[in-house]
Design a protein around this ligand. Structure first.
Ligand code: C2E
Ligand code: MG
Ligand code: MG
Ligand code: MG
Length: 282
């Protein structure tokens, strides 16, 4: 009987795969359908300059709501999509939708600074990545200088000639680059002098306990000093408390992103924020 057979199959899998591996199989097959089933949405989180209260930009963060799996966190499904290579299609969708949304906002007279889009290593290293970005920018008529790509150090460890060439090619279009989760990677810092990098994002893990932990304060101070010496702005990620911002400000930090300033928000809510910023200016 088919039902019993199904049960046996399940027993076979549950014995041979860990719970996490089984979950990954479910996620993997569901992910393949997610774009066509319109289960993805983009959330936007403000990046602010606390010196003058201005909006520097918005980071685009992917959200996935699946009918039976529920809301799956990007820290769970992104690594999975990176392993299977699916991240290339997903990343393309994110880039296209971000630029479409940005162009719509520009047409409506809304200002948002730049849009910061996360790009995974397998996505950035794909043969056609530069061509893909070029096409999306052209199709959506999004201004390249308003696009910032967030790369982690994992992208930069294999700093082949090709990778550097691709970065310079995108830079020639006007596209900017931020190093995400700065300080948590394994690579040497030598890429900073060979690659066109515009911003360092100080990782949240150095911010969390900065009020009480001397080492975190020393590391954050060193990153800020490095940024200053190299003329690279540093943005601190994951600020939840005023006290964290004050410590970072005393170390020279001006740019911030975190729940204290705004959570990641869907279109309609972020538009309220954009309108408020516009009114403050006029
Ligand atoms: P990330 O790029 O470092 O993004 C920052 C993460 O910190 C986001 O988590 C954001 O929601 C969260 N965050 C921001 N401020 C605070 C705060 O004050 N407190 C706390 N507790 N968290 C804060 P999220 O959205 O869950 O994304 C996790 C990671 O998934 C991202 O880290 C990024 O590496 C990846 N990711 C998200 N969207 C995309 C995407 O479209 N493409 C790719 N390749 N990766 C993405
Ligand atoms: Mg990021
Ligand atoms: Mg980060
Ligand atoms: Mg991260």
């Amino acid at each position: 009987n088919a039902k019993d057979q199904g049960r046996d199959t399940f027993r076979f899998y549950s014995e041979h795969l860990t719970r996490q591996a089984f979950q990954n199989v479910l996620i993997d097959s569901a992910l393949r359908e997610a774009v066509s089933r319109q289960e993805f949405r983009l959330a936007f989180q403000p990046q602010v300059n606390t010196d003058n209260g201005s909006l520097l930009g918005l980071e685009v963060l992917l959200r996935w709501h699946h009918l039976t799996l529920g809301t799956v966190s990007p820290s769970q499904f992104i690594p999975q999509a990176e392993r299977t290579g699916l991240i290339r299609d997903i990343g393309h969708w994110v880039l296209e939708q971000s630029c479409l949304q940005g162009s719509r906002w520009i047409a409506e007279g809304l200002q948002f600074g730049h849009l910061a889009v996360n790009v995974s290593a397998p996505q950035f290293r794909a043969e056609d990545f530069v061509a893909q970005v070029r096409k999306v920018l052209a199709d959506t008529e999004f201004p390249p200088e308003k696009l910032e790509l967030e790369l982690t150090e994992s992208v930069l460890v294999h700093d082949t000639e090709k990778l550097i060439e691709n970065m310079h090619e995108l830079r020639a279009l006007g596209v900017m680059f931020a190093i995400d989760d700065f300080g948590t990677g394994y690579s040497s810092l030598s890429y900073l002098k060979r690659m066109p990098i515009d911003r360092l994002k100080l990782d949240k893990s150095f911010v969390d306990h900065i009020v009480s932990d001397d080492s975190d304060r020393i590391i954050a101070g060193a990153v800020l000093a490095l940024g200053k010496a190299m003329g690279l702005p540093v943005i601190a990620e994951g600020i939840e408390q005023e006290a964290q911002a004050r410590v970072l400000q005393s170390l020279g930090c001006k740019h911030f992103q975190g729940y204290l300033y705004g959570r990641p928000m869907y279109g309609p809510r972020i538009e309220v924020v954009l309108r408020a910023h516009l009114e403050k200016k006029t």
